[in-house]
Ligand binder design. Structure first.
Ligand code: SAM
Length: 224
């Protein structure tokens, strides 16, 4: 995808707003314009060439923290409704201030635990795509994400290139939570940032009502 000069300007503006919030709240380790641009913005927008976004109307970013990949994707896809979810209220408040400052209108924000939100009928199986970066190992992550995704929807997980063990450890979770691994979409960030990948999973069947389990259990006792 080519980013228009206007959009690039908006994405730089996002870095500035984010760094102002980060200075107050310690949202992320990326504290310089360059780190934020490559590590947060370019890393987030890497997903945009995936065709599955084409028909997506409703996207949730789970464990969104300071708003990545949520905020760059929402700027790139202004017609799509985004929901940012995190358990830490101060992070959700910071994203809200960034959205206000930049007049971003296609994001709703939810503060709460994914284990509770995944059981709420207002959110269960409501999203075409769920995105997640740096939230949890894949087995735990799928228990958070799969309940929120519609049938035949997709889950995108930003990961490093060395995840062989994590993939093996997610076999039971993938089966129990009806998630099929379609591919690892590889991309390269500039300079020393190197190669990364986005795992693309699709949801192919119903999942049991027992998922997600109670708060804390998916992390403490992941499906193994
Ligand atoms: N996605 C962002 C990024 O890549 O910059 C933030 C990553 S941060 C390391 C992980 C975030 O996930 C934290 O903000 C944390 O509060 C949130 N999180 C982890 N487990 C969660 C859960 N069970 N429910 C809601 N939020 C959760």
């Amino acid at each position: 995808m080519t980013i228009s000069p206007d959009l690039e300007k908006r994405l730089h503006e996002l870095c500035t707003c984010f760094l102002e919030e980060n200075a107050k709240l310690n949202l992320s380790a990326f504290r310089t314009e360059e780190n934020c641009w490559v590590g947060n913005v370019l890393d987030s927008v890497a997903a945009i060439d995936l065709e599955l976004f084409a028909g997506a109307k409703n996207i949730a970013d789970i464990g969104t923290g300071g708003g990545f990949p949520l905020l760059p994707l929402a700027l790139l896809m202004p017609e799509t409704k985004f929901t940012g979810i995190d358990s830490t209220q101060k992070k959700i408040d910071a994203i809200g201030r960034i959205c206000d400052a930049m007049d971003i209108q296609n994001i709703q924000l939810l503060s709460g635990r994914l284990e509770d939100i995944g059981r709420d009928s207002a959110f269960r199986e409501q999203f075409d795509v769920v995105t997640a970066r740096a939230v949890a190992p894949l087995n735990t992550l799928l228990e958070y994400a799969s309940p929120l995704v519609k049938m035949r929807g997709h889950i995108l997980c930003w990961k490093s290139m060395t995840i062989d063990q994590e993939l093996k450890d997610s076999l039971l979770a993938r089966a129990e939570l009806s998630c099929t691994l379609e591919k690892g979409y590889e991309y390269e960030l500039p300079g020393d940032w190197g190669k990364r990948q986005i795992l693309v999973l699709s949801k192919r069947g119903k999942i049991g009502k027992k998922y997600p389990r109670e708060v804390g259990i998916p992390k403490k006792t992941p499906l193994l």
